[in-house]
Write a protein that binds this ligand. Structure first.
Ligand SMILES: Cc1ncc(COP(=O)(O)O)c(C=O)c1O
Length: 373
């Protein structure tokens, strides 16, 4: 799928002990040492404001904005700094005014931050929400293409999509879906939480109206800060919260910036993490992660677990099903063996990132064998 050379293992940049297999980046990633140091410098400055001025904080906001833009092929001016993905999606929903009677499309069991603002908008403006059911053959892209074009349904107003299902990594191919959405004249709003930093994504090709991602998972940053891309034609709306920083003459998507934006702790952390990822290049990261999830898939299949076909799964997140369902206490038992994964919607979700290596894969498969066989 990707032709880049794989990135080498970056475990040396983290604080992971050798015997810990942390395969849960889709939930919460550890910080590289440099990101932790950036945050600690910010905490020190806040502890001693008489020593450290705040002059650099606005510059960090612009540096973080530029780093976020670079990761998704956007211009710096197209990025707003917000507090969370739900904040970003609520901002998008507030600034779209779909015609009553239209349809808001999404996948079944979507993450709440990409649902709740749309449910509210649908109730307020009289729109129908259609959640496309999980397809039996696992092909979300085909199911969504059918739903977009299905005759006899209300016209598509908003496609609220993600590049993959957050629960198990199954691919939702936006490269094919975005043109189909655009052809209907509907708005495209993307929650790219589980993609940015791990798989290549380019807004100049997708041309979404809005796209959001946080920093605490795949871009190796802190909790509490996220980024909202707003297409140039979508930058004249209203922010959720009015504050001095997002009033005119705030340029471009800065119009949607959050209050208390110039945070001297989280912004240097976010910028440092994103710059690290951009320095590696996202394509080499994806190639590395594909190799690891392929090895995990092979090991899991040898234990009798059900593994989605390679063509339908993302490079970085592997969803596994245990025949008969997940045994109670499985996640805790794996933790006891220092293997960290998540249970999501009845399946196991394994999500390695740049710190993970073949030894992590082997420990994970051995722990699964001990727990299940
Ligand atoms: C698909 C998806 N969207 C959004 C989020 C986070 O949303 P928020 O920043 O609103 O907490 C997550 C977290 O797991 C997620 O998986």
């Amino acid at each position: 799928m990707h032709t880049a050379e794989p990135l080498a293992c970056q475990r040396h940049l983290f604080e992971l002990p050798d015997d810990v297999s942390y395969l849960d980046a889709a939930a919460w990633s550890p910080l590289p040492r440099t990101v932790r140091a950036a945050g600690e410098a910010g905490i020190l400055a806040k502890s001693r404001p008489w020593v450290h001025g705040r002059d650099g904080d606005a510059a960090w906001a612009e540096r973080a904005r530029a780093a976020a833009a670079r990761l998704i092929g956007a211009e710096t001016d197209d990025i707003a700094i917000v507090g969370s993905v739900s904040h970003a999606i609520a901002t998008a929903a507030r600034n779209l005014a779909p015609t009553p009677g239209g349809r808001i499309l999404r996948v079944a069991d979507e993450f709440p931050s990409q649902c709740l603002a749309w449910d509210r908008l649908a109730a307020e403006r009289g729109l129908l929400v259609e959640a496309v059911p999980r397809p039996g053959d696992g092909d979300w892209t085909a199911a969504l293409l059918d739903a977009i074009a299905r005759p006899g349904t209300p016209p598509l107003a908003v496609a609220a999509l993600t590049p993959l299902h957050w629960s198990d990594g199954s691919i939702i191919d936006l490269d094919r879906l975005a043109p189909a959405v655009r052809a209907t004249g509907a708005a495209l709003v993307v929650d790219a939480t589980q993609a940015v930093g791990a798989v290549p994504l380019d807004v100049s090709w997708l041309r979404p109206d809005f796209l959001a991602f946080p920093t605490y998972k795949w871009t190796l940053g802190p909790y509490g800060v996220a980024f909202l891309y707003a297409a140039p034609g979508r930058q004249g709306g209203s922010p959720l919260e009015e504050n001095a920083g997002n009033q005119p003459p705030a340029a471009g998507a800065r119009r949607y910036d959050k209050g208390e934006r110039n945070d001297g702790v989280t912004l240097p952390m976010a910028a440092t993490g994103m710059e690290l990822v951009a320095g590696w290049g996202v394509a080499p990261v994806a190639v590395r992660l594909r190799a690891l999830t392929d090895q995990l898939a092979e090991g899991a299949a040898s234990l009798g677990l059900s593994v989605p076909p390679s063509a339908l799964r993302s490079p970085h997140i592997l969803g596994l099903r245990v025949p008969g369902g997940l045994p109670a206490g499985l996640i805790g038992r794996l933790r006891g063996d220092k293997v960290f994964v998540s249970a999501r919607l009845g399946g196991l979700r394994l999500s390695p990132h740049v710190w993970a290596d073949e030894a992590d894969v082997a420990r994970c498969v051995a722990a699964l064998r001990a727990a299940l066989c």
